[in-house]
Design a protein around this ligand. Structure first.
Ligand code: CUA
Length: 309
């Protein structure tokens, strides 16, 4: 479902309609010529077929016209590509990290979100990367799409012209929960954005050193890092086992191809996060990716599990 389609002209649309226009013109011309030839040169009016020998003027015509058309399409596409590649210098920069299977948006002041919040009528430049496999960031309302490549930074920009909420999702198959990689672009008034942007900044900066970094808590970490795409917190089975009542539970895992029963304690949870294939819970596939989590963050998660009865 795609929501909130802003009414805007965009190079992608221009190129689309340009090509559509050419296609429609030739649909009419070709169909018309076909019908004319069927009538004019049918057996009734033209009983004896004639062979047409090569005609230089015809050859030139049907070589030159398509060449010009293709060049025109290239030119329009190239103009649009250049426009989309060149962000205005005053654009607000947001770093995007795609991972299996969630999005993180990092702002210059240290704020981090799972929904892309932007002020209206201010250009936004996204610097995009991936923590694991190839993903692709797609915002259909702004007609923009860019690959998220591990170990590389790609970029694009857009101008949100109306307040509203627009879909942002992954458009490259990246594993079982690919379809869960959907979130929103929330376009806010400048005033609302400023209020949000200045509220509760997590990282206080003193020179280049980060001080007073407060962790966002286990629950938020599980959401931010995309864990809940595969693990429920309410007992429902998803791609992975539920987190509910996990801590202290007896689990049957497969270790090196052999089943064994263990207690889900701190050590087991840490190991499962750091080296997911080490012990795979029986009945589940070994598909969990390795996440970039610090030891402190893992501790937060373990502590949170203890409360999830
Ligand atoms: Cu990420 Cu599909």
């Amino acid at each position: 479902m795609v929501t909130g389609w802003p009414n805007m002209s965009n190079p992608a649309d221009d190129t689309f309609f340009f090509i559509l226009g050419i296609s429609l013109t030739f649909l009419v011309l070709n169909t018309g010529a076909m019908i004319y030839f069927v009538v004019r040169y049918g057996k009734k009016r033209h009983p004896r077929a004639e062979e047409v020998k090569e005609s230089i003027p015809l050859e030139i015509t049907w070589t030159v016209i398509p060449t010009l058309l293709v060049l025109a399409i290239f030119f329009v596409g190239w103009k649009g590509f250049q426009y989309m590649r060149t962000a205005p210098p005053d654009a607000m920069v947001v770093k995007v990290i795609a991972r299996q299977w969630s999005w993180t948006f990092d702002y210059e002041n240290g704020k981090e979100t799972t929904v892309l919040k932007v002020p209206v009528r201010k250009p936004v430049k996204l610097l995009i990367t991936s923590a694991d496999v190839l993903h692709s960031l797609y915002i259909p309302a702004y007609r923009i799409k860019e690959d998220c490549v591990p170990g590389m930074e790609t970029h694009l920009w857009f101008l949100p012209d109306e307040v509203g909420s627009y879909d942002l999702f992954c458009t490259e198959y990246c594993g079982v929960s690919h379809s869960d990689m959907i979130t929103k672009v929330e376009v806010m008034s400048q005033q609302n954005f400023n209020a949000w942007y200045k509220s509760g900044t997590r990282i206080a900066k003193a020179g280049k050193k980060k001080i007073g970094k407060r962790l966002p808590g286990g629950n938020k970490l599980l959401q931010d890092k995309g864990c809940i795409a595969c693990h429920s917190m309410d007992g429902t089975a998803k791609v992975g086992p539920t987190f509910k009542g996990l801590y202290g539970r007896k689990v049957i895992v497969v270790t090196d191809g052999k089943e064994r029963e263990i207690i889900a304690d701190d050590e087991y949870i840490r190991r499962s996060i750091k080296a997911p294939p080490a012990d795979v819970v029986k009945g589940f596939q070994p598909i969990m990716p390795v996440l970039q989590l610090s030891d402190d963050e893992i501790n937060e998660i373990v502590e949170y599990f203890k409360t999830l009865k």
